[in-house]
Design a protein around this ligand. Structure first.
Ligand SMILES: [Zn+2]
Ligand SMILES: [Zn+2]
Length: 323
């Protein structure tokens, strides 16, 4: 029996389900932990009406108690188009999406959704596989090179993981712009060898930096474009209450700025992300700052709403953890 929580008509409601369509062709996965993503928060505050949420899952296939830890991918490239055939899955136009509810003790999904993490022992760090994939596709959108100076705007999970990847893969100079007085984020940024700027120093941070990755809400974009260098590459993956933002076209036009929005990013096998996580477990685990029981999911969202909190990634304990 699946027990979980959905967002329905503005409320978090408990759901119990004991039958599923096409059950025989699907796989039942016991969910151990599920991270709260920005897109879940979007649903929590009522910006999105899809009631399924929770995709940053780790768990095990129900019928294989001694099996490996698995995660689940929720978007798929078609695998057939020209972009897919040339390895540019991030550009696939025919991608599809799986809607599932990860804030539950179990999920019932197609086999193709399941990704084997190659380890038996439960380690919460693997719940960062999917966010790390998102960070990876953000980087691809600014045409990365080793000699560039990167600015990452925003110091939430995606911002921090993007900065981490840029340092790891390109050893490039990375500047992170974010809110002040958040010691856990500051510590992570120092540990990866990036530098930390507050929003008041945005202009300083963007000076001579022409690869800009924005992970903050859309309303920050006009201010960023004001101080961005000419010929910059800009991508964004923020969540925002506002869909329409005013941009002075002169800023875009005369500065020749390349802006490539970074969604969707159809997911492949996460193999590179899994490898990177295995090599950097301790450091990456420090991004996970809070745990809540499944029954207390509303408390977890309330904590995220309080912007003074130094909490980065919250994981929901969806099941008793089996070793
Ligand atoms: Zn996510
Ligand atoms: Zn395709």
């Amino acid at each position: 029996m699946i027990e979980g929580f959905l967002k329905q008509k503005g409320n978090i409601v408990k759901v119990v389900q004991d039958d599923f369509p096409n059950k025989d062709s699907k796989v039942l996965v016991d969910v151990y932990y599920c991270g709260i993503c920005g897109t879940d928060y979007q649903k929590y505050i009522g910006m999105d009406t899809v009631s399924e949420w929770g995709h940053e899952i780790i768990g095990k296939i129900h019928s294989q108690k001694d099996g490996n830890l698995v995660t689940i991918r929720t978007t798929y490239p078609c695998g057939k188009c020209m972009d897919c055939n040339t390895g540019h899955f991030e550009k696939c136009q025919n991608w599809s999406r799986l809607n599932m509810n990860g804030f539950a003790n179990q999920v019932c999904v197609d086999e193709k959704s399941i990704i084997d993490l190659g380890v038996k022992k439960t380690d919460v760090v693997f719940s960062l596989v999917e966010p790390l994939y998102v960070a990876h596709s953000l980087i691809q959108h600014v045409h990365p090179t080793c000699d560039a100076v990167y600015s990452v705007i925003g110091n939430g999970t995606i911002g921090l993981l993007t900065a981490f990847l840029l340092r790891k893969k390109y050893e490039a100079e990375v500047r992170v712009v974010g809110r002040r007085n958040l010691p856990k984020r500051k510590k992570f940024i120092e540990e990866i060898g990036a530098s930390y700027y507050s929003f008041d120093d945005l202009e300083k941070a963007l000076k001579d930096s022409n690869k800009i990755i924005i992970t903050t809400p859309y309303h920050t974009i006009p201010n960023i474009l004001k101080v961005v260098d000419s010929y910059s590459f800009v991508t964004f993956n923020g969540i925002s209450r506002e869909n329409i933002i005013p941009i002075e076209m002169d800023q875009w036009h005369f500065k020749n700025i390349n802006i490539w929005p970074s969604f969707p990013h159809p997911q492949t096998d996460f193999s590179e992300e899994i490898k990177i996580i295995k090599k950097n477990k301790e450091l990456l685990r420090s991004i996970i700052t809070d745990f809540y029981n499944l029954d207390d999911i509303e408390e977890a969202f309330k904590r995220l709403t309080d912007k003074k909190q130094d909490c980065i990634k919250i994981l929901i304990k969806c099941n008793e953890v089996k070793k």
